[in-house]
Design a protein around this ligand. Structure first.
Ligand SMILES: *Cc1c(COP(=O)(O)O)cnc(C)c1O
Length: 402
């Protein structure tokens, strides 16, 4: 079972068709992955924003191996040291003095926990609504698809949980208009990922913060995609002067060992009480040891700086494509979370890039999304940029804007 063809046949026959992958990946190292036949690709998807420190970083691998040999899981009926250490570390990275963490296994679950916490806090005063943004993405559980302000992922799932109202991203007046006397929280991404790589304006985040203070409601930042250093700061909101009450994280948290977390500031640290929320796997020692190793790699290897430096180089190159080709419209994003808006099919461009050896994501029909490992070498970045240059030259030809 090592040939791509065999994997594809078995996959198509046996795995539900919620995705439509074209290639299989057998191994990864740093910013590169190999298919079963040994062909190498530059991975600018990072497993959709998971491998911020690259695939199989030796320090993370060692931490996972050591913890796997010692204790992978013990349930939350018992304490484990990595969980307590990770909680303290995440609280400190968020700057939430006196805050606390709850652990789960994915982004959707982390958001579900945030929504539950906001409702529980609001229940005494009849507040349960959560205002979310149009074009947002918060996950695929029933509550989080209801929170997601995009109809394509809600179709066929009626009736959806009630209690969500939508506002326009980067439009404070629209958020204000959506807040009622039933509102418990406002939830948003500091950089919308799936919705097209749209950064929140710092003034917008600061305005939402002030509005939440005025109404005594919670501000929730979904940092599942833009957190853990992706934008050049630990969390996307840190590009503004605002700070949320609750932050959710997952994707890059534990380098691919499934892990999610909800981190609350001191005001919300004890809203959940014994028995009010739970997870069997959440915060298990394997995931927490992986997360602690990822965080120390990001710190020791200065990957926040790397995200800014490499992000500037990548952005510069993408801006060059905007100059050169009429079909390339705009570059958006922060750090190493960048989107290239095209007057073209983003999926076809992603396929074309793949043929040239570069894997990228899309974000909607017209945005090519780049989420490379933060720590790739300059030479690797240059080589990937050459692939893009050649691919776009083939598609648009001549640089005359055709
Ligand atoms: C991916 C993502 C989620 C969902 O995470 P899962 O781990 O797939 O459940 C939620 N919010 C944002 C911003 C995401 O990018």
């Amino acid at each position: 079972m090592s040939k791509s063809e065999d994997i594809k046949a078995l996959y198509k026959a046996s795995v539900m068709p919620t995705y439509s992958p074209e290639i299989a990946i057998a191994e990864g190292q740093g910013c590169k992955v190999k298919n079963p036949e040994g062909s190498t690709f530059y991975d600018f998807t990072s497993g959709i924003g998971v491998h911020n420190a690259g695939h199989c970083h030796p320090k993370v691998v060692r931490a996972i191996q050591a913890q796997a040999a010692k204790l992978t899981h013990c349930s939350n009926l018992f304490m484990n040291a990595p969980q307590a250490q990770l909680a303290r570390k995440l609280v400190s990275l968020a700057g939430f003095k006196g805050g606390k963490a709850f652990f789960c296994n994915s982004g959707a679950e982390a958001n579900e926990a945030a929504i539950k916490l906001a409702r529980r806090r609001g229940s005494a005063s009849g507040r349960y609504e959560v205002v979310t943004m149009r074009n947002s993405f918060h996950g695929r559980t029933l509550a989080t698809v209801a929170a997601t302000g995009q109809s394509w992922c809600q179709e066929g799932y009626d009736p959806l949980p009630v209690g969500f109202r939508y506002a326009d991203f980067n439009d404070l007046e629209s958020v204000r208009a959506a807040v009622t006397d039933k509102t418990a929280a406002v939830m948003l991404e500091a950089v919308q990922g799936e919705g097209g790589v749209n950064p929140a304006a710092p003034e917008f985040l600061e305005g939402v913060r002030a509005l939440c203070d005025e109404k005594d409601i919670l501000m929730i930042c979904d940092e599942v995609q833009c957190g853990m250093g992706r934008t050049g700061k630990w969390f996307g909101w840190q590009h503004s002067k605002a700070a949320p009450d609750l932050v959710t994280m997952a994707k890059a948290l534990a380098d691919g060992v499934p892990a999610g977390a909800l981190v609350a500031n001191a005001k919300c640290a004890d809203v959940f009480a014994k028995g009010s929320h739970a997870s069997t796997f959440g915060g298990n020692p394997l995931a927490c040891a992986a997360a602690l190793a990822v965080i120390s790699v990001i710190e020791e290897e200065k990957l926040l700086d790397a995200a800014r430096v490499n992000g500037d180089i990548l952005r510069g190159a993408l801006e060059g494509f905007v100059e050169k080709y009429d079909k390339v419209l705009e570059v958006r994003g922060l750090g190493m979370m960048l989107g290239m808006a095209v007057d073209d099919s983003a999926a076809e461009i992603a396929d074309l890039f793949r043929d040239f050896g570069l894997l990228v994501c899309t974000a909607g029909a017209h945005v090519v999304r780049f989420l490379p490992p933060l720590n790739l070498k300059e030479s690797e970045l240059e080589e990937a940029l050459e692939m893009m240059t050649d691919a776009l030259e083939e598609r648009y030809g001549g640089g005359d804007g055709e």
